[in-house]
Write a protein that binds this ligand. Structure first.
Ligand code: UDP
Ligand code: MG
Length: 319
């Protein structure tokens, strides 16, 4: 029997059109591997890039066996690429998740690992500063605070997916079958001892953000709808408020008609009410729709991604 030597730590990195930053990423990781006390494997996941990312990954994986490459059949999105990487990570002890753009310094591995060894299962980075436009900063801040307020799990403020998790936490996340994945929420849900350590988020080293506004909004909605009962509760509350205020108005109208004796001229009020309730109903249906949509995609039970090729230990497997 050939003995399989598993690395101690895996670093999972999703890449989508990151050719511009790739060489610097490679250099930083190779230096890190030399400096770190334990054996490291890097799992790069190509999320259907259309630039030179895949070629660069292939070359690196052939030259250095500590770099595993997984190529998805198309662009599945950041959270799914992370999911794929997590499933292919072989580390015995811990897995670090990071972005390719070096906004989150890979050198944090030392700090992460130190805290992991102290008995934490999840060590996540908390951004003490963020390089972004003023409006985006406000949007991010509002989102994280809304999540904190509304979610039934304790998702830490201002922390993304940059983290190190223990083998068992990774196993638990891998075993979750959910289709709509919000990794940082799933990570919190798992529990055990979790700790946040702060760091300054740097600017992307090169290239542009691969998250369009649409993707960001969809990520935020996933966070909100996948980990909160509030949207549904909110519609019930809205309905109750609407019902009681219209009942009150109805009683006032009856009183005016039969006791005072004037017939209220309420055309404007009528129009206003119809529009108001039409809108409220649409919002309520929309909120229910968000949940139905999630059920719909979940029951299809499709695989989360499709791998078209993999390079491990310098050997290529075409799926
Ligand atoms: N990414 C991905 N698939 C996508 C979009 C992004 O794998 O569809 C990767 C991207 O290459 C990067 C990470 O996810 O490694 C985070 O993306 P980005 O830095 O563009 O997001 P931002 O930091 O701007 O939120
Ligand atoms: Mg980034």
């Amino acid at each position: 029997m050939e003995e399989v030597i598993r690395p101690k730590i895996s670093i999972v990195i999703p890449l989508y059109n990151e050719a511009e930053v790739f060489d610097e990423l490679r250099q930083r990781l190779e230096e890190l591997m030399k400096a770190f006390e334990l054996s490291i494997e890097v799992v790069m996941v190509d999320d259907g890039s259309s630039d030179l990312t895949a070629e660069k990954m292939r070359k690196l994986s052939m030259e250095n066996k500590n770099f595993q490459s997984v190529f998805l059949s198309r662009n599945f999105g950041h959270q799914i690429a992370l999911t794929a990487g997590l499933r292919f990570a072989q580390a015995q002890e811990a897995i670090m998740l990071m972005d390719a753009d070096l906004q989150d310094p890979p050198e944090m591995i030392h700090k992460f690992y130190e805290h992991l060894k102290q008995g934490n299962d999840v060590v996540y980075a908390v951004r003490s500063s963020r390089q972004s436009t003023f409006l985006m900063k406000i949007a991010y801040s509002l989102f994280y605070r809304a999540m904190k307020r509304f979610s039934y799990i304790n998702i830490p403020l201002d922390s993304g997916d940059f983290a190190m998790i223990s083998r068992r936490v990774a196993d638990h996340i891998n075993a979750m079958p959910e289709e709509s994945r919000f990794i940082r929420g799933m990570r919190s849900w798992v529990g055990f001892r979790q700790i946040g350590i702060s760091h300054d988020r740097e600017e992307r080293k090169s290239g542009n953000s691969k998250y369009s506004l649409k993707n960001l909004i969809s990520l935020a909605l996933n966070g909100l709808f996948n980990f909160s009962k509030y949207p549904i509760r909110f519609t019930v509350m809205l309905g109750l408020v609407a019902l009681s205020s219209s009942l009150a108005y109805f009683l006032i109208t009856l009183f005016r008609k039969f006791v005072i004796g004037d017939v209220p001229s309420g055309f404007t009020a009528l129009l206003f009410t119809i529009i108001l309730f039409g809108g409220l109903q649409l919002i309520a249906i929309g909120i229910i729709g968000e949940y139905v949509l999630r059920i719909f995609f979940q029951v299809k039970n499709r695989p989360l991604y499709i791998v078209k090729e993999r390079i491990k230990n310098g050997e290529t497997t075409i799926e």
